[in-house]
Design a protein around this ligand. Structure first.
Ligand code: F6P
Length: 544
């Protein structure tokens, strides 16, 4: 068990900010010094490490190197974005807000657009939010990493969503400022300023945006797109929201802090816009700041139950270690967080889709995604509680872990019935339950805070369980497919770090593993990264 002192000094918390700490890496790819021995930690220590890492999101700005979540510039930009959203809500004809991203960034685009569209419908206002996820709706529930590398695909999907629109606020989310899919869309917006206002959300400073050429047909890089946006930002024709939130607890796992911070930033901006249109509440610096600080409190409240979270991590870890399963059975939007968390286990830990699975009451009816039911795509797309009851429950054993996720406003009888049926099969039943004072329906902001809290708990459960299973080395993901350029570069770097061999040697070793050969042919060495990643995609493991 790693010995840990939870009262870290400021220097330890801020060590990653030092200019000589992993200087060649952007913040989103650095390894967090706080978690360097998470792989040897107890469940309780893992939870405490995640708490400290998450709290780095709200650290105050120190010096000029990094903007932070609560920096003045970030709050000002959020206010400006909120004002643009307000205009669109008030005049929704031929206007829309489009959020787009890859992997978790796209899943959060979906979650946020669903929640805010619902809020507009409840007020009898037109829905204005749309989402795009690289790889289409199947990527909401499964890992689709390859489309992330395709800027043309990004543009095509953007054009499709915006057909007939005269005014579009486009929000491209790429935690690492790196996804070509999003860069292509931002570039397209910059070429059509009469319709599109681009907003970039990510968690690296602008100069750390990816500068490698996307592919030979591309005339721009993420970095060059960001530079053009910075120029236009001076006249508010483009917006950059890119505070640093510190390195992820598991290096590069942007589903964690990157995802949480994306949710916080966009919800703060959209809530301000909604309050301005529905109750004439002006969009102010203080209002935006106060709302951000509510999320900080949510983080503190969530982690004020370390023993409860530790119990979940231990139970889930034990299930995975026995090659059994973890099931999230959720209600409403909290169930969506279960589906999202489960879908991330395959790209992050090399997990099978059956290892951690999410189910939502109401299935696709509740999900209400663009493409409707996806059940025909295969068993992993069966997501309704009925599917759990028919397909999973009969084979459930006491080494499986089941987690019910619900609030006091969900149907208690229904939750009780589900709990009873599960308990007939296993005592290993747990709950994440949110209760509010009084009987009134939860406000949009309360829902958002519960969602964040649930996200933090589930991220801790799935991360902690896989750490306990041995899927992390130090604080690095070591069991994943090298299915896109970012992952290929990350894998090469990891080999370098662990072997201390030169980059060329490590890339050679990676290629040998991908092609499963001892000698590389000229064809292999002269192919581009896309060819390598396509090949890697078809093998179950790159390990030899
Ligand atoms: O390429 C895989 C991945 O790391 C996903 O798991 C992640 O959610 C996605 O990329 C998005 O990354 P970003 O937000 O930095 O573009």
């Amino acid at each position: 068990m790693a010995g840990l002192d939870w009262t870290y000094g400021v220097s330890t918390l801020r060590q990653w900010e030092s200019a000589d700490y992993e200087p060649s890496l952007p913040v989103s790819e650095k390894s967090n010094p706080l978690t360097c021995d998470i792989d040897r930690a107890s469940a309780y220590s893992i939870v405490k490490m995640l708490q400290v890492c998450d709290s780095q999101m709200f650290q105050k700005e120190a010096g000029t190197t990094y903007q932070r979540l609560l920096s003045d510039q970030v709050l000002k930009t959020l206010m400006e974005v909120a004002k643009r959203v307000e205009v669109i809500i008030k005049d929704p004809q031929e206007s829309c807000v489009v959020m787009s991203g890859c992997g978790t960034s796209g899943r959060l685009a979906f979650l946020i657009s669903s929640g805010f569209n619902k809020a507009l419908s409840q007020l009898n206002q037109s829905e204005v939010y749309s989402y795009i996820i690289a790889g289409g709706d199947r990527a909401l529930l499964s890992s689709q990493e390859a489309p992330e590398d395709d800027p043309r695909l990004g543009v095509l999907s953007l054009k499709k969503v915006c057909e007939g629109k005269k005014r579009v606020l486009f929000i491209g989310i790429s935690c690492g400022l790196s996804a070509p899919f999003v860069a292509g869309q931002l570039d397209f917006c910059l070429q059509h300023p009469e319709v599109y206002t681009p907003v970039l959300v990510g968690f690296n400073p602008a100069h750390q945006a990816r500068y490698r050429t996307l592919n030979i047909y591309c005339t721009f890089t993420f970095h060059s797109v960001v530079q053009r946006m910075q120029e236009l930002a001076k006249s508010q024709k483009a917006f950059l929201i890119n505070p640093a939130v510190g390195p992820e607890a598991i290096s590069g796992s942007s589903r964690m802090k990157g995802g949480s911070a994306t949710k916080i930033l966009l919800e703060v901006a959209f809530s301000a816009a909604h309050a301005a249109t529905s109750s004439n509440t002006p969009i102010t610096h203080n209002g935006v700041l106060q709302h951000m600080m509510e999320y900080e409190r949510t983080l503190a409240v969530t982690y004020s139950q370390p023993d409860g979270i530790t119990t979940l991590v231990e139970a889930a870890g034990e299930s995975l270690r026995c090659s059994r399963h973890v099931y999230y059975l959720g209600w409403g939007s909290l169930a969506l967080l279960g589906l999202i968390d489960a879908s991330e286990c395959s790209p992050t830990f090399g997990a099978d889709y059956e290892d951690v699975r999410g189910f939502i009451r109401g299935g696709y009816r509740e999900l209400n995604n663009n493409d409707g039911p996806l059940t025909s795509l295969g068993p992993k797309f069966s997501i309704a509680h009925e599917d759990f009851l028919h397909l999973i429950l009969p084979c459930l054993t006491d080494t499986d872990t089941v987690l019910l996720i619900y609030t006091h406003s969900d149907d208690a009888t229904e939750v009780g019935n589900m709990a009873r049926r599960v308990r007939e099969k296993t005592p290993n039943l747990h709950a994440v339950y949110h209760q509010a004072d009084g009987d009134t329906a939860a406000s949009l902001q309360q829902v958002d805070q519960r969602e964040l809290s649930t996200k933090l708990v589930l991220n801790a459960v799935s991360t902690g369980a896989h750490v306990l299973k041995g899927k992390i080395y130090q604080n690095h993901m070591i069991d994943l497919q090298v299915t896109n350029t970012k992952l290929y570069r990350r894998a090469t770097r990891l080999l370098q770090k662990l072997s201390t061999c030169p980059e060329e040697k490590c890339e050679e070793a990676l290629l040998k593993a991908i092609y499963r050969v001892d000698m590389l042919t000229l064809e292999m060495t002269s192919s581009d990264i896309t060819t390598h990643t396509c090949f890697a995609r078809n093998s179950t493991k790159v390990k030899r």
